[in-house]
Design a protein around this ligand. Structure first.
Ligand SMILES: [Zn+2]
Length: 352
């Protein structure tokens, strides 16, 4: 989600909560179901420079989210069941589908026991190179490069810029500026090269990050053996497909699914676009996912599901449950559909 989208949602959440506006809006905006996005799940670290904390929640919060959702009468469903309900327009009960991206080992250590306790199904969207141990987690390379440095130099927009990174607040500021500048580059390979160079210059073991924090194939196979778990595809190298040529996008989407089938014995029926915002996944890619035979594909465009999404099964929105919104009252408001309706200007389907 863009910075602007995030701050709109964040400000809107508090306003909607304290005015009670979300309760009034619920019957009109709440839709028929919601897909939730999670990344890392692990105990909170001591305060400090944690620029990727929006991609993690604590085990306690996950436990509370799942408990409160099932207590509130939502059906917790697999993506296959969500697909069936959308196709058959079976909307007697509101549903939630839980999805985890990327294959972090903490999903096994902290999330799986909670899913098991609640009997809650979930899908893990896996980039095959991450299980291979060769994935480039460039956002963590950038974080660690800045964490390890008192100052860094980086070429942005054709200009060499020097950032003070001596204190936590300076590090935060440098990360935000560099991260969003790199995300706006048209060629993803430039972004990756710059992160890698910064990491290497700071003495960070960039190549070791993937094996350190992501599950390998044996671990994925054990994780996937739990009947609650569905494995979905997430490309091979976690590329932003909209920034690649049609050939490369197709090859990446196909290769990720083929490798999962080879290693786990079943071809994934569901797909998630890496990064997943409009600059990373667009209409060409929604058509590609359908053409490759995926039953559903999810973006990170924020939104709840409406009956009309049965006509856009490879462009489904999700709501990210992340560190910045780590309070249940926030999730309550998000699920009302009100903040995302505001953000989407009350357009229910955003698939263009
Ligand atoms: Zn991802």
């Amino acid at each position: 989600m863009s910075r602007i989208g995030k701050s709109v949602i964040h400000a809107g959440l508090e306003t909607l909560y304290f005015t009670g506006g979300y309760r009034l809006a619920r019957p009109f905006l709440a839709g028929v179901g919601t897909i939730l996005t999670f990344h890392r799940v692990r105990p909170a670290l001591p305060d400090g420079f944690q620029p990727n904390s929006s991609l993690e929640i604590t085990p306690e919060f996950l436990d509370e989210v799942i408990g409160r959702l099932s207590g509130a009468g939502f059906d917790l469903v697999t993506l296959n069941e969500m697909h069936r309900r959308l196709v058959e327009q079976d909307f007697g009960r509101r549903f939630i589908a839980l999805t985890f991206d990327d294959g972090y080992r903490d999903n096994r250590d902290f999330a799986l026991p909670i899913l098991q306790r609640h009997g809650a199904p979930a899908t893990l969207y896996l980039p095959s190179s991450f299980a291979e141990g060769t994935g480039e987690l460039w956002w963590i390379e950038l974080e660690r490069a800045i964490a390890a440095s008192d100052s860094i130099e980086v070429m942005l927009d054709g200009e060499m810029r020097r950032f003070d990174t001596a204190t936590d607040s300076a590090k935060d500021e440098a990360f935000t500026t560099i991260y969003w500048s790199l995300r706006s580059l048209p060629d993803e390979q430039d972004m990756r090269r710059i992160c890698r160079e910064l990491a290497v210059a700071a003495g960070v073991d960039a190549a070791g990050i993937c094996r350190e924090i992501c599950m390998d194939w044996d671990e994925i196979a054990a994780f996937a053996a739990d009947p609650l778990i569905t494995i979905g595809a997430h490309t091979d190298t976690h590329i932003q497909v909209a920034k690649a040529s049609a050939d490369v996008a197709r090859r990446e989407m196909e290769a990720g699914a083929a490798r999962i089938e080879e290693r786990l014995g079943a071809r994934p029926k569901h797909f998630a676009y890496p990064v997943g915002d409009p600059s990373s996944a667009g209409p060409r890619d929604f058509a590609l996912a359908a053409d490759l035979g995926f039953l559903t594909a999810t973006t990170t465009r924020p939104g709840v599901l409406f009956p009309e999404h049965s006509g856009h099964l490879t462009a489904l929105p999700r709501i990210s449950v992340n560190g910045s919104f780590q309070r249940f009252r926030h999730l309550d408001v998000l699920l009302s559909g009100a903040p995302t309706a505001l953000l989407n200007r009350f357009k229910r389907v955003d698939a263009a």
